[in-house]
Each structure stands twice: as structure tokens, then as C-alpha cells.
Design a binder for this molecule. Structure first.
Ligand code: MN
Length: 492
């Protein structure tokens, strides 16, 4: 059997030069040495974890520096290797990625602090994006979590539950937001049993053998569809099934009064047609074969979902009147539905690679914000290396996300100071602000905050704001509150 290292090297063959491969070797050695004393709770050598993450990233074709950074992603946090050593031993790019990952990992999410606070969760996801400043960092983070979730079983119950809630509430939605539904679904199903044990058991019980039976039934329909398409000179690339993943069945059950019979897409047939025109042609044939269920047809090709998902969905009364969902899409749409932004990378940045030359040009849907932005940037660059270098994204150019000591997230404009923060907590806290600590260290009041920092304000009773604050505060709201307080002072 091939070792993890051999698989990674194989993946990179042809896309990296000798010097880069030497650097990868060095990273392997560096990680093995740094983690040599560590074992995962399961008993396996720790270094297997970063190697698995690196293999995943190498398959995404995100460039050799991303792979090297994946190999090294835990050495700073777990082995107390200073970041400066990564800089001196490797290169600027690897240092940038490892540094970004270390920063993202520093922010701690307090799962389920406020069960229904969706803004809080959204803010947390935004904070991760804001701190990452590069999509590759997010993708390594997702790969890291995926491997952690797969190997979570030996941990104690409460730890498993917390990690799983964070996965469900923060990381899986991030994956979906980047259009990576395959990773999102995997994360959800890995987390579901630990986060909501009872609900997981109940869902399994409700589904019972239903999925299996439905799969067998749909299997019988495949030759019927094939024959009918052929009669009309249509040649599908492939016809397959997709079983709805467990966590999404659970969510749907809650909407449908726990009635499994009302979930029509438990198993769906998926028809991959060579091009757009043939997708619509196939849809016409299907509707001639079987009567569509009214109100269930959705054209996500003409109107893609916000995350860029494209496909035709229809639900029909098939053989014996049974209800079946059918999805029709092109190979490009299929790949993108599973890999999202990474699919775009594979198609987009490897254009000159022989392996990819045969593939059709990938056309991201117009309203897929991330992909669209990337495409714009790519036009400006000639080589894939330059393209990857251009992915240092400032997701929220004008916003920063900082934390209170209790872990509440405060969303501020870029350039905001400790005083702006204090007034966002409460007008009194602002007026009486006497000092500020950032990540436990004293700073001056005009200190400009950065995403991910934890801010603590000390106050003095009956203190008034200083007019000198007006010279450095960022928000007009802050300025107004200071002026109001100072006017109050004058009138005393
Ligand atoms: Mn890790």
C-alpha cells in the first residue's frame, strides 16, 4: 500500500519543480520531527493527521505551498515551534498560510451559547473569513476539521459534543457558502450523532429500510429512462442516485411534521447530460414519460441558488405512481455542486495542465459571488502561480470582528479604536473608559483593533470622556456620543 507521503508526491508530480519538491520533503521531515513525541488519542502517530490534510489539499490542486502549509499546520500550535522558524526554514507564502491558520484556530467559538442567535453565528463565520484573508486558509481549515471529525470517536463525550456543534453551526455552513456541498454534508453527518444523539437515533429509526427500498426501485427506472432518451437521440453521460444525507433528512423531517412520506427526495435520480440544451430536452422527455407533481419543478439553471448551485429539479409520479425526484445537470454543474470553489480552481488554474485540457471550459454561474470575483481577478493574471498569489482575499474590506472577554462578537468598521469598541458595548462604558487591554496586554486608547482580538475595557466611575478622543475615533456614532457627554459636562 502506498504511504500518505507517496500519494501526496504523486498528486503533485508535473505541477511542482524539483526545488519545490525538496521543500515538501523538508516539510515532511520537519513535521515528523516536531510531532514525534505526540500521539492522537486513538494511539496513532500524530503526524498522520497533517499528512491526511495535506493529501486532501493536494487533490484540490491548490498549489504546492498550500500542501506544505497543510503538512505544517499544527506545528506552531501543538509543538510550540515559533512562527519565525517557519519563515526562515520555508518561504514567505508557507509562513503566510501557517500564520493565518494559527490565527483562525486561536478564536474560540462558544457553541450554543445562544441557541437561536443566528446573527452571532453569522458573525462568527464572518470573523473566520475576515481573519483568514485567503481562501486557501479556509479550505485547509475545512480539510483539517473533516479529518478531526473522522477521528473524533476516542474523545470524551462532552468534548465530542462541543466540537460537533461548532462543526454544525460554523464550519459546515462555511463549506456550503463556498459552494462545497459535498464537504458540508460530510461534516454534518460526522457531527450529527455526537451533537444530537437522540435525534440521530430517531432519524435512523424513522428512515428504516426506506432509503434502501427506494434505491432498488429507482434502479429499475434507469433502463426505462435510458431507452426513452435514446429513442429521442439523447445520450446521457451517466445516470446515478444521490441519497439525501442524514442530517438534512433530520432538518427536513422537522419541517414536515416528522412524516417521512412527505420527503420526496430521500433518494433522487441524477441524470448528467453533455450540455445545457440536452438538459432541457431530457426534462421534456421525462415529463412525457411520467406526470410531474405540480409545483415541484425548479429551474436552478436559469435561476441558480445563492451559493451558485445549478441543476434542474423535478418530481414525477413514476412507475406504479410512486413519487421520485429527478435532477438533471451538465458534468460541470455536477462537479461544481460537489466541489464548489475548489472545482473552479481545478478548472480555472490548471488550464495549461494536459490532464485538464480535455475538459470543457467551466462557466461559473453569474451570481456566484466568490467565483465571479475570482474569475475577474484571473483575467488579470497569466500564470496559475500568479493566480494563486492573487487569492489573498480581503473578504470584508471595511469590517473587522472583535470579541468581548465573554466571547461576544462585535462588528466594527476597519480602523475602529478601543474607544469605538467601548461605546458599542454601552454608552456608559465609553464615557467612563479609562484603559484598554487587547489579548490581555495593555494598549493605548487610540489603538486600532484587528479582527479576532479580545478587547477588555476598564472603567472609572463618574469619569467623563476626553475631547482628545475626537481626534482618533473612527465612527461618527462614537463622535456624537462623546460630544453629547461633553456638552452635558459644560452644562453642569
Ligand atoms: Mn489539525
Amino acid at each position: 500500500m502506498k504511504s500518505l507521503k507517496q500519494k501526496i508526491i504523486q498528486d503533485l508530480e508535473g505541477s511542482a519543480n524539483e526545488r519545490e519538491m525538496d521543500l515538501l520533503d523538508k516539510a515532511f521531515e520537519f513535521a515528523e520531527k516536531s510531532h514525534s513525541e505526540q500521539k492522537r488519542i486513538s494511539g496513532e502517530p500524530f503526524v498522520n493527521h497533517p499528512l491526511r490534510v495535506a493529501l486532501f489539499i493536494s487533490q484540490m490542486k491548490l498549489g504546492i505551498n498550500s500542501v506544505i502549509a497543510s503538512v505544517l499546520h499544527d506545528v506552531v500550535e501543538n509543538c510550540e515551534i515559533p512562527l519565525s522558524e517557519i519563515k526562515s526554514q520555508f518561504n514567505e507564502e508557507v509562513y503566510f498560510l501557517v500564520n493565518g491558520l494559527t490565527n483562525v484556530n486561536k478564536i474560540k467559538y462558544i457553541a450554543c451559547k445562544k441557541e437561536d442567535d443566528t446573527t452571532e453565528k453569522e458573525n462568527f463565520r464572518n470573523m473566520i473569513l475576515a481573519m483568514a484573508k485567503d481562501l486557501r486558509i479556509i479550505l485547509i481549515k475545512l480539510a483539517d476539521r473533516l479529518d478531526n471529525m473522522k477521528t473524533l470517536w476516542p474523545l470524551e463525550t462532552e468534548k465530542k459534543r462541543k466540537k460537533s456543534l461548532e462543526t454544525l453551526e460554523i464550519l459546515a455552513p462555511l463549506a456550503y457558502r463556498l459552494g462545497m456541498s459535498d464537504i458540508g454534508a460530510q461534516l454534518e453527518d460526522l457531527a450529527f450523532p455526537y451533537a444530537y444523539e437522540e435525534e440521530y437515533k430517531l432519524t435512523k429509526k424513522i428512515i428504516g429500510k426506506r432509503s434502501e427500498e427506494l434505491k432498488n426501485y429507482i434502479q429499475e427506472l434507469v433502463p426505462l429512462v435510458q431507452k426513452e432518451l435514446k429513442k429521442n437521440n439523447l445520450d446521457p453521460k451517466k445516470i446515478q442516485f444521490r441519497t439525501k444525507h442524514l442530517y438534512s433528512i433530520w432538518r427536513k423531517l422537522q419541517k414536515e411534521d416528522m412524516d417521512i412520506k412527505r420527503i420526496y427526495d430521500l433518494v433522487a435520480m441524477r441524470i448528467i447530460m453533455p450540455n445545457l440544451e440536452e438538459c432541457y430536452a431530457a426534462l421534456g422527455i421525462i415529463h412525457q414519460m411520467w406526470r410531474p407533481v405540480p409545483g415541484r419543478f425548479k429551474d436552478y439553471i436559469a435561476l441558480p441558488k445563492p451559493n451558485g448551485y445549478q441543476s434542474l429539479h423535478t418530481t414525477v409520479f413514476a412507475k406504479d405512481g410512486k413519487i421520485v425526484e429527478i435532477q438533471i445537470r451538465t458534468p460541470e454543474m455536477d462537479e461544481e455542486a460537489e466541489w464548489g470553489i475548489a472545482a473552479y480552481w481545478i478548472y480555472g488554474s490548471q488550464k495549461d495542465d494536459k490532464k485538464y485540457k480535455k475538459r470543457k471550459k467551466f462557466n461559473p454561474p453569474k451570481n456566484f459571488y466568490w467565483v465571479n470575483q475570482l474569475r475577474e481577478w484571473q483575467k488579470k493574471f497569466y500564470s496559475s502561480e500568479e493566480f494563486i498569489n492573487s487569492l489573498k482575499v480581503d473578504f470584508f474590506k471595511d469590517r473587522i470582528f472583535v470579541l468581548t472577554p465573554k466571547g461576544d462578537i462585535i462588528d466594527l468598521p476597519d480602523g475602529a479604536t478601543t474607544i469605538d469598541f467601548a461605546y458599542q458595548i454601552h454608552t456608559d462604558v465609553g464615557n467612563q473608559a479609562a484603559g484598554a487591554k487587547v489579548n490581555g496586554k495593555l494598549v493605548s486608547l487610540d489603538y486600532k483593533l484587528q479582527s479576532g482580538e479580545v478587547i477588555e475595557i476598564t472603567t472609572k466611575k463618574r469619569k467623563l470622556p476626553s475631547s482628545s478622543w475626537l481626534e482618533f475615533v473612527k465612527m461618527s456614532e462614537t463622535r456624537k456620543k462623546i460630544q453629547d457627554a461633553l456638552k452635558g459636562k459644560n452644562s453642569i
